[in-house]
Design a protein around this ligand. Structure first.
Ligand code: SAM
Length: 187
């Protein structure tokens, strides 16, 4: 079975006006996604940002919860946050996995917007059973910039409910995606 990773991308992403920006980290993203990663026994959560001050925020938070007062207050949080790896770019995340695993990960883009080339969840089984690591690439702000999708090997179909609304938070989307790919088969 493949090792799975999450990548939370803060650059390049779009803002409201579809300009490429580097979004700020949201600490709740790091808490929620690292707990999700620990729950599904992922091999790591890569947090992608080129902004030095944002890296400092994340490092201070991780220090607090992994080695500081927080680690004593909620020990289980340290276990989750120890999965976080801070990198400058998606390329750095990809190279880090290739170094650790001997194989570069399959990069799987995600988006609320559908397109003809999207891969259905039901088609992902073959990738799960391969020996190649899989990295689910998540966006922030108003979504991943086009150049990120060009870097990905495939893009998953959007999560949809019965209605037309499907603008989920990255935390909710990641939870649904992981459970669909790695959770117990419901049907
Ligand atoms: N500030 C927002 C928040 O609260 O998270 C950021 C939204 S961010 C654009 C949403 C990200 O979550 C997308 O880049 C994508 O990775 C994922 N996402 C959101 N809705 C989705 C959907 N319906 N299907 C698949 N992925 C989705």
């Amino acid at each position: 079975l493949s090792d799975f990773y999450l990548a939370l991308v803060h650059w390049p992403v779009y803002n409201k006006n579809r300009q490429v920006i580097a979004s700020a980290l949201t600490t709740v993203d790091l808490h929620d996604l690292s707990r999700l990663a620990a729950t599904y026994e992922l091999a790591g959560l890569y947090v992608v940002t080129p902004l030095e001050d944002q890296v400092a925020v994340a490092e201070m938070m991780i220090e607090h919860w992994c080695r500081g007062w927080g680690a004593r207050y909620i020990p289980t949080r340290a276990e989750a946050l120890s999965l976080v790896r801070l990198v400058d770019s998606l390329n750095d995340a990809r190279a880090d996995v290739a170094r650790n695993q001997g194989l570069p990960p399959l990069l799987v883009g995600t988006s609320a917007v559908g397109a003809p080339d999207r891969v259905a969840f039901s088609e992902m089984g073959a990738y799960e059973r391969s020996d190649r690591p899989v990295m689910i690439v998540l966006g922030t702000a108003w979504g991943l910039a086009d150049e990120v999708f060009e870097q990905c090997d495939l893009t998953l179909e959007p999560i949809r409910g019965p209605g037309n609304y499907n603008h989920l938070s990255v935390r909710t989307a990641a939870g649904i995606i992981l459970d669909r790919l790695l959770g117990p088969r419901q049907i």
